[in-house]
Write a protein that binds this ligand. Structure first.
Ligand SMILES: *Cc1c(COP(=O)(O)O)cnc(C)c1O
Length: 381
């Protein structure tokens, strides 16, 4: 019988999370705050479960995408500063102020609206200007930076606390030249503010890869996401870290499990699943699994994905349905209905990593874990 009361669930290793926080604390040293980036349901690992562990293990700040995520994290980490990294619509700015969230800003309109709100509420709000240094995403360019900053500093309740930027390709290559150019531009932008006497207490540029590879990007805060969950930003990042002779042993913290709903024997030449896209090539035993693309098992894994049962690989047969898929278990002996199935993680001596799945789908591990349906229970072990 199943240990869990659900047909699919996620196990999160507390020890792995704590280890990973310690790794980044050590990399960053005492002078650099560690911001745990917990957007997208803590990279699919479960914000509710993960945030208290990060907090206890030594995360100083939390980074989120949206006001709604910020409201959720506040309930879990009452006193920790929370920075909203993404876009906030004008009609939610009052909530930012009232809840004391830090906001990333880059539009004049946002600053103007905030100016009115803080005046009306007579409450300060702490702002972080995002610098455009070459990612062509959010951010203010150098030519607009000083007037933009002045718009903030001329209002005593708008407090310019942070200056940030984000690297475009630091995890995509072992060649750091573009990142270095971005860093030079960021320093130039900080210098422009200093020249007009504007002080900014927190500067931050580093994501996981930058934090691991280039100390120069640390300043006084690093925004670390994927690494805290025990995943590498990319193969290239791993290669660069190894090249520098550093030993970093990230521990993947997530195991995604399900179970067998039915086992059946079907003869050679029988089509399996919608569209009759795949037929058995021998007399086969298949297991029906109660998970599908709604759960986050990408439909692109139809006929190419694998799962682990009793430490053995079982290939997905035919199309993945919304809530169900079938796997070939002809070669696996002694299996029963309700036996555990591993979608991501270890089973015996076998492993299916988020990276393996990402490679099959032509995407990155980030997308694999963040797309796991947030309604699936996360269980801390
Ligand atoms: C998501 C995000 C991060 C974290 O990146 P990782 O590669 O997961 O460490 C850092 N900064 C910003 C602005 C982000 O959006």
């Amino acid at each position: 019988m199943l240990k869990q009361k659900n047909k699919t669930w996620i196990e999160i290793s507390r020890n792995a999370l704590i280890q990973n926080v310690r790794i980044f604390r050590r990399i960053l040293g005492k002078k650099t705050y560690l911001m745990a980036v917990v957007k997208s349901n803590a990279y699919g690992h479960g914000a509710k479960e993960v945030v208290p562990i990060f907090l206890k293990a030594g995360a100083d700040w939390f980074g989120v995408d949206s006001i709604d995520e910020a409201l959720q994290i506040k309930e879990l980490a009452k006193n920790a500063p929370i920075l909203i990294l993404g876009f906030t619509p004008n009609n939610r700015l009052e909530e930012v102020v009232k809840n004391g969230f830090r906001l990333t800003v880059y539009n004049d309109q946002t600053v103007e609206s905030l100016g009115k709100i803080v005046k009306r509420l007579n409450t300060p709000v702490y702002l972080h200007i995002k610098c455009e240094t070459g990612t062509s995403r959010q951010g203010v360019t150098l030519d607009k930076l000083v007037p933009f900053a002045k718009k903030i500093t001329e209002n005593k309740n708008l407090i310019l606390e942070g200056l940030s930027t984000h690297f475009a390709n630091i995890e995509d290559t072992t060649d750091s030249s573009y990142a270095k150019r971005q860093l030079v531009q960021f320093k130039r932008m900080y210098g422009a503010l200093q020249n007009v006497g504007i002080k900014v207490s927190i500067r931050h540029t580093a994501c996981t890869a930058a934090a691991m590879i280039y100390k120069e990007t640390h300043f006084n805060m690093a925004r670390v996401g994927i690494g805290l969950y025990g995943l590498w930003s990319s193969k290239e990042t791993k290669k660069t870290v190894q090249k520098f002779g550093k030993k970093i042993n990230l521990l993947p913290s997530l195991t995604w499990k399900s179970c067998i709903a039915q086992i059946k024997e079907i003869p050679l030449g029988t089509p399996v699943s919608y569209g009759l896209t795949e037929e058995t090539k021998r007399n086969s035993k298949i297991a029906v699994l109660p998970i599908g693309y709604w759960d986050g098992l990408d439909r692109g894994l139809s006929s190419i994905g694998e799962v682990l049962i009793n430490g053995k690989r079982a290939k997905i047969m035919g199309r993945i349905c919304m809530n169900i898929c079938m796997v070939d278990v002809t070669h696996i002996k002694g299996i029963h209905v309700e036996d555990e199935v591993v979608i991501i993680g270890k089973s015996g001596s076998s492993v299916i990593s988020a990276e393996e799945i990402a490679e099959k789908l032509g995407t990155i591990n980030y997308e694999i874990v963040t797309r796991i349906n947030p309604t699936i229970p996360r269980i801390i072990i």
